[in-house]
Design a protein around this ligand. Structure first.
Ligand SMILES: C[S@@+](CC[C@H](N)C(=O)[O-])C[C@H]1O[C@@H](n2cnc3c(N)ncnc32)[C@H](O)[C@@H]1O
Length: 294
């Protein structure tokens, strides 16, 4: 996902400043750069950049302990390792982990890659062993999202943060409808809870994940409402932080418009950034990003 891009433009700014003495950047070797001109990933990188700066300032440690739970091929983990943070990827897929390690080797940075489930985190990392945990596009696949979030909570240090990226159930309905798949859209719509914002229905109830349990049982990724993800964060004993919509327009706008003239891609990126922080657009976004603090 992190490698996707739409539109052209010059290479983007770095994800953050490399730590002095870290592999890459300071000694002439290249630091992996994030593509800040990609409207589908820019918002998450913007938020992570700010979170990392805040954690470095608060802890007084420039080298954070970061865990990418379900980190896949390392699209987020490797650039963070490239900045000098101590990064562990835990993922059940050996192929993905091998790809992540190849990526890390390309820029000569250390990356710990461990085959496992997010639920294994306390045993692998240790209680309160991480400053920052990424949980990006993973709650859609785990057996029990509440158990995954509870494991993440146990591994976070006090003051630490989890970065959650999850697929929106509302956007899935909109996208099906726009593609003319009306019956599928109606079925997905029927699975979205009308519960009060911020509330999480009792575990195991039909509404417990906005109908998502049904999708997962059927072998499809779950989708969530923002309220359900905030509820998972709170139920794990974490304090919800800022929420942003991700890919509010990027997946709706035909590529021909973004590629139409030299300024269009930049204008779309500016629109994405503006809409991402606007609560009215959160559920319409293909994904939403939410922070949780211990
Ligand atoms: C859509 S990919 C997202 C990869 C990466 N986080 C990203 O944002 O690019 C989902 C990842 O979750 C991993 N995954 C699935 N079930 C998992 C589990 N129970 N615990 C940890 N990771 C899991 C998959 O192997 C896959 O790498």
């Amino acid at each position: 996902m992190a490698g996707d891009r739409r539109g052209g433009g010059a290479p983007g700014a770095q994800f953050g400043r490399p730590i002095k003495g870290a592999p890459g950047g300071q000694d002439g070797r290249p630091v992996r750069r994030w593509k800040d001109d990609d409207p589908r990933t820019a918002v998450v990188r913007d938020v992570l950049r700010a979170v990392i700066s805040g954690l470095v300032a608060e802890t007084g440690r420039p080298r954070l302990d970061i865990v990418d739970a379900g980190g896949g091929t390392g699209g987020f983990a490797v650039p963070l390792a490239g900045l000098g943070h101590t990064v562990t990827v835990i993922d059940p897929s050996p192929d993905s982990l091998a790809a992540a390690q190849r990526r890390a080797a390309e820029i000569a940075v250390p990356l710990r890659a461990i085959q496992g489930d997010v639920a294994d985190l306390p045993g692998v990392i240790g209680e309160q062993g991480a400053d920052l945990i990424l949980c990006h596009s993973v709650l859609e696949y785990v057996d029990v999202p509440a158990a995954a979030m509870a494991a993440i909570s146990r591994v976070l240090r006090p003051g630490g943060a989890v970065s959650v990226l999850a697929a929106s159930a509302v956007a899935a309905v909109v996208h099906r409808a726009l593609a003319g798949r009306f019956e599928e859209a109606t079925r997905l719509l029927g699975g979205i809870s009308t519960g009060q914002a911020g509330s999480l229905p009792a575990a195991g109830s039909p509404d417990s994940l906005d109908g998502a349990a049904d999708e997962h049982t059927a072998g499809r990724p779950r989708r969530f409402t923002l309220a359900a993800v905030v509820g998972l964060i709170e139920a794990a004993g974490l304090r919800p932080g800022a929420a942003h919509g991700v890919r509010v327009f990027a997946d709706l706008v035909p590529g021909i418009f973004a590629d139409a003239d030299p300024g269009a891609a930049e204008a779309l990126l500016a629109l994405e950034r503006a809409a991402s922080a606007h609560p009215a657009f959160h559920d319409l976004a293909t994904q939403f990003h939410v922070l949780g603090y211990r």
